[in-house]
Design a protein around this ligand. Sequence first.
Ligand code: SF4
Length: 270
Amino acid sequence: MMECTGTIFDLRRFCIHDGPGIRTTVFFQGCPLDCWWCHNPEGRSTSAETFPLGRAGDIATTSNQLSQSTFGRMVTVSEIIHEVMRDEPFYDQSRGGVTFSGGEPMAQIEFLDDLLDACTGVGLHCTIDTCGYTSFVDFERIRDRVDLFLFDLKLIDPAAHKYYTGVSNEIILANLAALAKLGCNIDVRLPLIPDITDTMENLEAVAAFLRPLCSIRRISLLPYNKLGEDKVERLHLLRRRLGLEPQSPEMLERLAAIFRDYGYEVRIGG
Ligand code: SF4
């Protein structure tokens, strides 16, 4: 039988923010959302893409000698497992494992399904970092082999969610509620985008939405970082430049207190 293949745009070893312990994170190509602040814009397209490199105003830019870089490569399940298992001793010592991120790993469900089979076959702890925008049937298909879901929540107001991400949040919220009801192990992650997702109004609405989902007790607040904006410039992408500044430590503590007051275990950072 032909081995299942998928497209990834990166594989990073020794990650410590994508789940417990030391992990290898595999970044799947393709995402159904189009967040204004996307920090991995090179991974949004469903297929490999070539970008010119260099900042506007660079000598190379002005003389039309831009170098290029292609993101996205097709890989087999066994290639990924081979790469991931190189760090097996570190996973054992740190209780780490593998994280499938992106882009959106659920967008390549056949590949993900086969990868999870292979990972559980060798005893790896598996984490899925998801935006939640997919059919619940897909979550049901894989959930028995997922040790931890990192579930990203952005905005509760439906109109604002559609405006800033390009899609409705109806499916996302329903999927999160359904996974929680099934007792899956879930960490909710909130990317804090200044004046967009980090408002008191949005965070209070997130807390109100999560309160009935009793199995969810952990929340990570992801401070804004300018990585996405930097990439927009380097890759010459025709995307919005937000020009935002990261939250101060004092502000992050104030935002964390909203959730701590409701009894959540809150972590600042991934
Ligand atoms: S969900 Fe994540 S990968 Fe997808 S567009 Fe938004 S920030 Fe980018």
